[in-house]
Design a protein around this ligand. Structure first.
Ligand code: SF4
Length: 372
């Protein structure tokens, strides 16, 4: 069986908890971080991975590791890898954590892409959503990354935040454009259970833009970034040509990948699995996994469509036919014919993709591809 060429490593520690966050994370203070780093390296080694095309360290906040822990993690993960095959090695970082010393450690490793959790350039907004960095920290981090020679830097921004106006979104997008970075991920705020924001919403204390305002923001973002030379290559992701996230494209291409660390998900040999989330459970468990699900062919086909249609270039029917050894028309002929009568999809003779309107209404299209 072909081995995956992508691996995700989860570092769940955060120095603070943001009000909207439902990721697998835990407050850093008092955590057994050294033991955790060793456990992650052991889990990685158990897979005997000779080479990877993409490696991604996410969180949580990987940049809260000390210089010593970061050195150990990076050397442990890359010790037996054929680095000539590693095209993209991303690490997520909080702007306030990027000291010159930490950047020097990253620069001295095969890491070649930095993903900064900026979220907004507006300090008031940052405080309102529970972030502890400031826009000055972002500027400083970007200056340091640039002088260290990191060119492939992406930032995350969120829109649809409490009390946010279209003008605020325009300011964030303008500031992003002034930085001349090659990539940005722009997410709409999603209210998740067990977050401070959800509790505030339930007690009527959260003032979010309504659906119309959110749609205006999304349309503005799409238009402005497209006119500024960015390709809208995935529902929430924009890049200059050649700077698409190779790692994330693995997910959207519905390919398999290793998921390593507490709370990480992976996809191997047709099985989607999840590791134990709480750090102590993860450290104590022998095989690390808390759940496994062997996907049926039907589920695999559904995922091929949901994930593939997130990309601007959509899904190839020829590839679908070959991958599942049956004809696309047999499975989705009726859905496809119905969707062709709408303004939600494009079809170029092989690839089905979403129109801009389809991107806006993504979930409505995806659910059509659920097989009864
Ligand atoms: S959003 Fe990121 S930094 Fe904030 S709590 Fe969640 S994982 Fe940690």
């Amino acid at each position: 069986m072909k081995k995956p060429t992508a691996a995700y490593i989860h570092i769940p520690f955060c120095s603070h908890i943001c009000y909207y966050c439902d990721f697998a994370k835990v407050l850093l203070e008092g955590q057994p971080v050294d033991d955790y780093v060793e456990a992650v390296i052991s889990e990685f080694e158990r897979y005997e991975i000779p080479k990877l095309r993409t490696l991604y360290i996410g969180g949580g906040t990987p940049s809260v590791l000390s210089v010593k822990q970061m050195k150990r993690l990076l050397s442990g993960l890359t010790a037996s890898l054929d680095l000539s095959k590693l095209e993209e090695f991303t690490i997520e970082a909080n702007p306030g954590d990027l000291s010159e010393e930490l950047i020097a450690v990253l620069k001295d490793s095969p890491v070649n892409r930095i993903s900064l959790g900026v979220q907004s350039f507006n300090d008031k907004m940052l405080r309102r959503i529970g972030r502890t960095h400031s826009s000055r920290d972002v500027d400083l981090a970007l200056e340091r990354l640039k002088s260290a020679g990191f060119q492939n830097v992406t930032i995350d921004l969120i829109y649809g935040l409490p009390f946010q106006t279209l003008e605020d979104v325009k300011n964030d997008v303008d500031k992003f454009l002034s930085l001349d970075l090659p990539h940005v991920a722009l997410y709409s705020l999603i209210l998740e259970d067990h977050t401070r924001f959800m509790n505030m919403q339930r007690s009527g204390m959260l003032h979010l833009p309504n659906d119309d305002k959110n749609a205006d923001m999304y349309e503005y973002i799409m238009g402005k970034l497209a006119n500024s030379g960015y390709q809208h290559y995935e529902i929430s992701n924009f890049s200059k040509p050649g700077f698409e996230s190779k790692h994330n494209l693995t997910y959207w291409d519905n390919e398999e990948y290793y998921g390593i660390g507490a709370g990480a998900s992976g996809y191997l040999d047709g099985v989607r699995y999840k590791n134990h989330g709480p750090v102590h459970h993860y450290l104590e468990s022998e095989n690390k996994r808390v759940s496994e699900e062997k996907l049926t062919k039907r589920e695999q086909m559904e995922e091929e469509m949901f994930l593939g249609l997130r990309k601007a270039n959509g899904v190839s029917i020829a590839k679908f036919d070959e991958k599942f050894a049956l004809k696309f028309e047999q499975v989705y002929g009726k859905v496809f014919n119905d969707l062709q009568k709408t303004d939600l999809i494009n079809f170029d003779g092989d690839r089905i993709s979403l129109t801009e309107r389809g991107f806006e209404l993504g979930n409505e299209v995806f659910e059509q591809f659920l097989i009864d």
